[in-house]
Design a binder for this molecule. Structure first.
Ligand code: PLP
Length: 400
């Protein structure tokens, strides 16, 4: 295989071999419907129970019954938000952030059309949430507060515990939903300690396959299922259980727990090395998040006066995969809504690249990128229409 350096793990991750191994029997000999009565189905139903326990452990939920398997992070978010709000008849106020993933933001845009009032809280230039503004917006009418754990484009972590404490002190009836798709497997999650009512995760962001996710809903939170049909998942999500994928998510959750220390130390070290290597070797590259607290695997770096898409194409020729926005928004030339909310200067917003590592990223790969990237940027800048500005920057040799 040609060289492949995959630094786009916030878009999706490679399935861990151990996850695949665990899944395979449920495609082959153990294909029974887990809801069937005969003995043949026992192994499947038991495997689902085990997987539920592992997701419960990953999230530190109180009870396995609080874990519902879904098809993806998007379904988890839709179920939590719409399912919960449909049980609240008299309150129509929601608070969220400007930097949520589209699978959350677009649900709120939809709900606005249904008569809900939604406040979108902003961030500062490092991508950190304005918690004071959020606090001021909570009223007796607030049904739901919804804040992502970590942003997919910048990796910036939101102060979830602080927010849940503010919510409880201002309106104890307000529920708190956290999209933790980019947090799970990268930072420790304890839903009880963090005071979270509902939380979504996605398998393909933590080395399980695409097509499986989970939703935590604590036992005090009512909701109406989004998908109605049979009695699977205790009536909370109909449809025959996807046994192999659920088993895969369970194994991935177990591995994520084991890997957390490595993530916080080694993955963070390699990310920091990459960041330093880029900043030191390329003039006017800026870390868009400054010193904000982030998940260990992500950095978002702006290269002034050039187009991110061009950088990605050149990198692709070298076998390097990165991203210029979230996977769902790349493909359009609109600058990312997250970087816009941060007011990243126009000179850097179009040339911003997200690098996201994983436990499979090696030192050699990081060295290769640090070695190759300066000439890529130099070559693209040579054809940039902003020659005067670039010359001035080079002379200043500014390093941010
Ligand atoms: N939430 C965040 C923060 C994400 O980054 C993503 C995917 O990129 C999702 C939700 C959606 O997850 P899925 O692709 O499993 O629907």
């Amino acid at each position: 295989m040609e060289k492949l350096i995959y630094l786009d793990n916030n878009a999706t991750t490679k399935v861990d071999e151990r996850v695949l191994e665990e899944m395979l029997p449920y495609f082959k000999e153990e294909y029974a419907n887990p809801s069937s009565m005969y003995d043949f189905s026992k192994k499947s139903s038991h495997a689902i129970k085990e997987a539920r326990g592992k997701v419960k452990d990953l999230l530190h939920a109180e009870n396995e019954k609080e874990i519902i398997f879904t098809s993806c992070g998007t379904e988890s978010a839709n179920t939590a938000i719409r399912g919960y709000l449909s049980t609240v008849k008299n309150k129509k106020h929601i608070i969220t952030t400007k930097i949520e993933h589209p699978c959350v933001l677009n649900v709120y845009k939809y709900l606005e059309k249904q008569g809900y009032k939604v406040d979108y809280i902003g961030v500062n230039s490092n991508g950190e949430l304005d918690v004071e503004e959020l606090s001021e917006k909570i009223t007796s009418e607030t049904a739901l507060v919804s804040v992502m754990m970590a942003n997919n484009e910048t990796g910036v972590l939101n102060p979830i515990k602080e927010i849940s404490e503010i919510i409880k002190s201002k309106n104890s009836e307000t529920k708190f939903f956290v999209d933790a798709v980019q947090g799970a497997g990268k930072v420790a999650i304890d839903v009880q300690d963090l005071g979270i009512d509902m939380l979504g995760i996605s398998g393909h962001k933590l080395h399980a396959p695409k097509g499986v996710g989970a939703l935590y809903v604590n036992s005090k939170t009512m909701f109406t299922p989004l998908i109605i049909g049979g009695h699977q998942e205790r009536g909370k999500r109909a449809g025959t259980e996807n046994t192999p994928y659920i088993v895969g998510l369970g194994k991935a959750s177990e591995l994520a727990i084991d890997n957390l220390d490595y993530e916080m130390t080694e993955v963070a070290r390699l990310r920091d090395k990459l960041e330093r290597g880029i900043i030191q070797n390329i003039y006017n590259a800026r870390v868009n998040t400054g010193l904000a607290k982030r998940v260990p695997n992500t950095t978002n770096i702006g290269f002034e006066y050039i187009e991110g898409e061009l950088i990605l194409l050149h990198l692709s020729d070298l076998g390097i995969c990165a991203s210029s926005g979230s996977a769902c928004t790349s493909g359009s030339l609109e600058p990312s809504h997250v970087l816009r909310a941060m007011n990243v200067p126009f000179t850097a917003i179009h040339g911003s690249i997200r690098w996201s590592l994983s436990r499979f990223t090696t030192e050699d790969e990081i060295d290769y990128v640090i070695d190759k990237l300066p000439s890529v940027i130099e070559e693209i800048r040579r054809i940039s229409p902003y020659q005067e500005e670039l010359k001035a920057l080079k002379e200043m040799k500014t390093v941010k």
